[in-house]
Ligand binder design. Structure first.
Ligand code: PBG
Length: 327
């Protein structure tokens, strides 16, 4: 055999679009996608989020419209974040039955709850005046166990308002067990928990803090969220603990910088694995595309395919509706 003529020619399967499509190992279905949405109390018009072009803080009207578009596009779900008009140290609006998020959950689940899964992000940072994810100790750290009581109450208020899935994102120890017990005790044994299990203290959340108006007024989230340089085993331990506490599905967050974690979690568990393509991932692509530096649509699809290929069954992405329409 002459060395000049290869026996193996991988190019044969790349020759036409039809061949490439047929052998593609990774496909994205609209039902894999979950759209995060923000609803703000007390605004008359939707407010654009400057650091996330194309993303808005919704009024209840514009939220309903976005929810219908998501349902029409065939998305798997929506996850709602609320921004209250008034914040305090304990995040009282978070479990107020008439709070902004509960109102939105009632409206959205009544309108599109049969077509897709209406989820609630369960945390306190959008609701506290200090911007931290829980109750503070006198020294300004987040008090784990006092916060668990708040999360339990918030989750019940959300389920009472129609949330079909509860997604605790605060990274308190024991949060899944506390929420599971509270939901079960309140007649919501059938409401599943999607746990933000391996959530890193990431710079990629920057734009979200504008969108949800939840930047910590001092300090950071490094005492509860995982260190980006932490070992893989730490992520797997968080996942195992959440499953033991009753999580029905687990999440890795952010996505693109943590594909190794997604892949390892996928191998570890027998429940659905979600990955959150976060605000900074969105903003980087939009900013580069706006400058003409990358092809926007191709970059978006390539990033989603990578997250899926790594092992995510579900992807939370701000591009969900747009992408689903093109599939
Ligand atoms: C906490 C929460 C955050 C995000 C989702 N849930 C912020 C944080 O942990 O600081 C970030 C999402 C994103 O960046 O898109 N409620």
């Amino acid at each position: 055999m002459s060395a000049r003529f290869p026996v193996a020619r991988p190019r044969r399967l790349r020759g036409t679009p039809a061949l490439r499509r047929m052998v593609a190992g990774t496909r994205i279905d609209p039902a894999d996608l979950i759209l995060p949405v923000f609803v703000k109390e007390g605004i008359a018009e939707p407010q654009p989020v400057v650091s996330m072009p194309g993303v808005f803080q919704h009024t209840s009207d514009s939220l309903r419209k976005a929810a219908h578009e998501a349902a029409e596009a065939g998305l798997g779900g929506l996850i709602l974040f609320g921004i209250p008009a008034v914040k305090d140290a304990r995040g009282s609006a978070a479990d107020d039955p008439d709070g902004v998020l509960q109102k939105a959950l009632r409206e959205v689940s009544a309108e599109v709850g049969d077509a897709l899964v209406v989820m609630a992000d369960t945390c306190l940072d959008e609701f506290t005046d200090h911007g931290h994810c829980g109750i503070l100790t006198p020294s300004g750290d987040v008090d784990n166990d006092a916060t668990l009581e708040r999360y339990a109450s918030v989750a019940v208020a959300q389920a009472d308002a129609g949330a079909q899935m509860i997604a605790p994102s605060g990274m308190m120890d024991g949060q899944v067990a506390a929420i599971r017990a509270a939901l079960d005790g309140a007649g919501h044994a059938g409401v599943p928990i999607l746990a933000y299990s391996a959530k890193y203290a990431s710079a990629f959340y920057g734009p979200f803090r504008d969108a949800a108006e939840c930047a910590p007024q001092f300090g950071d989230r490094a005492t509860h969220q995982q260190d980006p340089a932490g070992p893989l085993e730490e992520a797997l331990r968080e996942v195992r603990l959440d499953l033991a506490e009753g999580a029905d599905a687990v999440m890795v967050k952010p996505a693109l910088a943590y594909l190794d974690i997604i892949a390892a979690v996928r191998r570890e568990v027998d429940v659905p694995v979600a990955a959150y393509q976060v605000s900074g991932e969105y903003a980087m692509v939009e900013a580069a595309a706006a400058n003409g530096w990358v092809d926007r649509e191709r970059t978006i699809m390539e990033s989603l395919v990578a997250i899926k290929r790594a092992g995510a069954d579900l992807i939370l992405t701000y591009w969900a509706t747009e992408v689903a329409r093109t599939l």
